[in-house]
Design a protein. Structure first.
Length: 490
């Protein structure tokens, strides 16, 4: 269901907005080089690699490195920084309160907090949160997505301008993809068990400009990316098995290429005519592939009442039982042949790999569009970062893989200090690459051709959000607090 509510403006409001834009632009110009003073921010809008204007932190224990630490409500969203202000979202489970907040980037002081208690708070993964999506900003407005609670628009002072009711989505893991902004449009992709779509909303009013169904898509959580081909902008959407490109003006699907995993979380990485796409999901590696039995064999083994369908109580395969709810598309408590075979396709066609793609033409692109493929060290969640011709990836276990972006040749495969899962994406600047583990360890690696560990620090607080680099500052969100560090010259 889509329902837009536009909040009326008071007299003189447009003037105040114009003043805020001028002031925020001026403030940002003092903080970053003019070349980096873009108005638009959203998840991975900078590709994760920044040109630092000063030394970035390399030792979190160094005297003078910590600028401030402020306690923060839980949430998984990556902060964005605009005009010297940090914007992010939080969730208080006890009160079911979602909130958008703004912090002063210099001091960490709370500038404003706009809470809401939605009619419904969607179910998420046990380690997830309803405050997962990263905020998008086009210089004047903030676009905040709270899954089935909806899409909300605020001005930079926290006043709500409009809201767009969405969902509910069929997905017990919740909605993980974040909105992006492009040419006056808020682009949102939502791939779930049913009713998947990509849509564009008018940034000023919230009106739906176009909505394109993704009929063959199932649950995935990748945030779209903007790419330009032959001077024409396109919206890249990575989903189960397939990367697709859409016309941002109309929502028309322009081309697509196969070869992705059955669940896709990382965001596409672009560079000139090339697109780098990493995707991995359990059961897709050679030698460890999950395969569903042909439907007649499944019935023969488990259909005890001979009704031609499979109830949960009849099935004795743990892999099927773990996925029963998402396979049961009509939610009648039974699996029929169509539902079974629909899911079997994704297991059969899934490919876990990092790909370099050079699209040409329209419609379904053949294998010639894939320049190279690499199957080791592919991340499940973390988006790779590209810099100076090297593609950096980190997967669970702290395994870091460096690939030559031109050829796919493996340059190095090493392990950083932090073990366990990696939900935060690596970021790079000032010759340093930062990797943050879920358990709370941040490792700093030299970005040169040779492997060199610069430092490692255990915060003893879980980390899900991607660090943010700006000038000589690193902003780090843990599940307990927000930190600001600065580089210290020797």
């Amino acid at each position: 269901m889509l329902q837009t509510k536009l909040i009326s403006s008071k007299e003189g409001y447009l003037l105040s907005i114009a003043l805020l834009v001028v002031l925020s632009t001026a403030a940002r110009a003092l903080l970053v080089p003019s070349a980096a003073a873009a108005e638009t921010e959203y998840f991975r809008s900078d590709g994760g690699a920044v040109r630092a204007g000063g030394p970035l932190p390399e030792d979190f224990d160094a005297a003078g490195s910590l600028c401030w630490r402020v306690p923060l409500d839980p949430g998984r969203s990556t902060p964005i920084l605009h005009g010297g202000t940090i914007f992010l979202t939080t969730y208080r489970a006890e009160s079911k309160e979602l909130a958008t907040i703004a912090l002063d980037g210099t001091t960490g002081r709370l500038l404003w907090r706009n809470p809401l208690v939605p009619e419904r708070v969607e179910q998420t993964h046990p380690i997830g949160s309803p405050a997962t999506a990263t905020i998008a900003c086009e210089g004047q407005r903030l676009f905040v997505f709270f899954g089935s609670a909806g899409l909300f628009c605020y001005d930079l002072e926290g006043r709500k301008l409009w809201e767009q009711r969405l969902g509910p989505f069929r997905d017990e893991y919740g909605a993980g993809s974040s909105p992006i902004v492009f040419e006056g449009k808020v682009i949102l992709n939502q791939d779930h068990d049913i009713d998947s779509f990509v849509a564009a909303f008018d940034a000023a009013t919230g009106r739906v400009l176009w909505k394109t169904a993704r009929a063959d898509a199932v649950r995935s959580y990748s945030t779209p990316a903007v790419w330009t081909q032959d001077g024409r902008p396109e919206i890249l959407v990575a989903g189960a098995l397939q990367l697709s490109a859409y016309d941002p003006a109309s929502g028309e699907r322009l081309w697509w290429v196969n070869g992705l995993a059955r669940i896709v979380i990382p965001t596409p990485v672009t560079s000139g005519p090339m697109i780098y796409m990493a995707s991995w999901a359990p059961g897709g590696d050679p030698g460890k592939r999950l395969v569903l039995d042909p439907w007649p064999e499944a019935l023969s083994k488990w259909d005890k009442n001979h009704d031609g369908k499979l109830a949960k109580a009849e099935i004795e395969d743990r892999e099927v039982l773990d996925r029963f709810n998402r396979m049961d598309l009509n939610q009648d408590g039974l699996l029929d042949q169509q539902e079974w075979e629909h899911h079997a396709v994704f297991f059969r066609r899934a490919q876990n790999a990092a790909l370099a793609i050079k699209p040409t033409g329209r419609g379904e692109l053949g294998e010639s569009a894939v320049i190279w493929k690499h199957g080791r060290g592919v991340p499940y969640v973390a988006t790779p970062v590209l810099d100076q011709g090297i593609l950096w990836m980190v997967k669970d276990g702290g395994i870091v893989t460096k690939l030559d972006a031109a050829t796919g040749r493996l340059l190095q495969e090493e392990r950083v200090t932090g073990a366990g899962n990696y939900f935060a994406s690596p970021v790079l600047g000032d010759g340093k690459v930062y990797f943050a583990s879920e358990s709370g360890t941040v490792s700093v690696i030299a970005a040169g051709p040779d492997w060199r560990m610069i430092s490692s620090h255990d915060f003893h607080e879980k980390i899900y959000a991607t660090p943010v680099l700006d000038h000589d500052r690193l902003y780090l969100r843990t599940d307990r607090a927000m930190y600001c560090f600065r580089g210290v010259r020797p």
